[in-house]
Write a protein that binds this ligand. Structure first.
Ligand code: ADP
Ligand code: MG
Length: 452
């Protein structure tokens, strides 16, 4: 027999398994700072930077950690977290706060659903309201609507998995079904191959054909896999004929699928196909607000707006940026403000920022208030003019990477205290005047449009 691997090597194995299961960015944020302290009596003690860290890891990664521990160390092992208290000059204490056993999985049982994905925390916007309504209808009466199968398609990170799982979670919670099975098309494929290899096709059929709702995520990965497609086709027919609900997600419309059997595609068209589009500014802002509320984290509104305005491609990226900020705040104990946020997200947001110039801001603000932009740059103290100037300065500070000093120089070289004063005035007004805040948000949007 080979001698067992030393504990450090097992820890490395654990990390590799985790690394392969989650996005790169999340791994760097949450797992790199983790330190393995000791392994005593099947208990692995690790140190994490703060309570927030621990809460976050437990909330989001406990089932991945549990499987990775089981796979690397063995199922009898458990993980104990400790938080570093005090700075390096003091004696370091490791405070065990809670242990997580290898078999403590967070996902619910055989359904493979993640409880985090619900309708309650799915923010509705123009981009997804039809998809959401269809999903809700299906989860209230699985198999009984005309929406069978329900096919949800859209680009990456737009909420397909969230919505698909919300259907299963809702239907189970409200006792609409007894068995809901959620699976990625890759897992379905692996299960099928294993069942053929191990001669256990009855088990496989039982697992999938006895579902009241079968949710297949990312079904585009069936492309090119003929035997799996055939198996899925039969599973589909069996379920459909007995009035069971089928929900599929795809990264493109069914008609754009290559290497997929025509008879399978035609099945997809029997029910309802809906799409999810990229979220608009308001939806992005609402998603972020909901997220910080849920996680009880304080991030100032102007920082959230900055994220919502600048990260428009998909929700996952939006959340990734928020996580980066929260992780930083949690490790360093520093409050997040706009300059810090800009610095921390430089690599993600820089490209876009470059294209927004002070001049565009001055012109757009000027046009908005009907004031020529040279007056905005000028010295007039007339109320309307100075208001638009203050707003323009405020926005420059927010939307560009210019320092206060360089903003001053682009506004006719006045005293740099003027910019600070303008920012204060607008901020103060915001707390009193909701309309002004809306005006400002529309203005920012307009500037964004003018800049691209
Ligand atoms: P997809 O499966 O389309 O790639 P996901 O469902 O994995 O996207 O969504 C990525 C992340 O964004 C998830 O954490 C999800 O909860 C979140 N998300 C996406 N859309 C919304 C929304 N409308 N409201 C709240 N969270 C959302
Ligand atoms: Mg997905």
């Amino acid at each position: 027999m080979n001698s067992p691997l030393p504990q450090n090597a097992l820890w490395e194995v654990f990390l590799v398994i985790v690394k392969n299961s989650i996005p790169h960015e999340s791994y760097n944020t949450w797992f790199r700072p983790m330190r393995m302290i000791s392994v005593i009596d099947n208990r692995i003690t690790v140190q994490v930077p703060s309570q927030f860290y621990f809460d976050w890891i437990e909330e989001h990664y406990s089932s991945i950690i549990a499987s990775a521990i089981a796979e690397s160390y063995g199922p009898e092992f458990s993980l104990i977290y400790s938080i570093l208290e005090g700075d390096s000059l003091e004696l370091l204490k490791h405070k065990p706060i809670r242990s997580l056993r290898a078999n403590d999985k967070k996902t619910s049982d055989e359904s493979h659903l993640n409880h985090r994905y619900t309708f309650d925390n799915f923010i509705e916007g123009e981009c997804n309201s039809f998809a959401r309504a269809a999903a809700l209808a299906v989860s209230e009466a699985p198999g009984k609507t005309l929406f069978n199968p329900l096919v949800i398609y859209g680009g990456v990170g737009l909420g397909k998995t969230h919505l698909v799982q919300a259907i299963g979670n809702f239907a189970l919670k409200h006792n609409k079904v007894r068995r809901a099975v959620y699976v990625s098309s890759e897992q379905f494929t692996v299960d099928f191959i294993n069942s053929v290899k191990d001669n256990k096709s009855t088990n496989f059929s039982r697992q999938y054909r006895s579902a009241d709702i079968l949710m297949i995520d990312d079904a585009q990965f069936f492309a090119g896999k003929e035997r799996t497609q055939m198996e899925f086709f039969h599973t589909f027919n069996t379920l459909y004929q007995s009035g069971k609900q089928i929900v599929l997600s795809l990264d493109r419309p069914p008609s754009a699928l290559d290497n997929m059997e025509a008879r399978l595609i035609s099945r997809f068209h029997v029910g309802l196909t809906v799409d999810i589009k990229p979220p608009d500014y308001e939806t992005r802002a609402a998603i972020l607000r909901k997220r910080v509320e849920e996680d009880c984290i304080f991030i100032p509104d102007d920082v959230l707006d900055f994220l919502a305005l600048n990260i428009s491609s998909n929700v996952r990226e939006l959340e990734g940026s928020l996580i980066r900020l929260m992780a930083h705040a949690s490790i360093t104990g520093q409050d997040i403000d706009l300059p810090l946020a800009k610095r921390l997200l430089k690599d993600i947001i820089k490209v876009k920022q470059k294209t927004i110039t002070v001049e565009t801001i001055q012109n757009t603000v000027g046009k908005w208030y009907g004031i020529p932009s040279d007056l905005i740059r000028g010295n007039s103290r007339k109320k309307e003019i100075s208001h638009s100037r203050q707003m323009a300065m405020f926005i420059c500070n927010e939307m560009t990477n210019h320092t206060l000093k360089s903003i001053v120089s682009l506004f006719g070289n006045r005293d740099h205290a003027t910019v600070i004063h303008s920012i204060r005035v607008i901020k103060k007004e915001f707390s009193k005047n909701k309309n002004l805040r809306e005006e400002y948000e529309r203005l920012k949007h307009e500037i964004e449009v003018q800049s691209f």
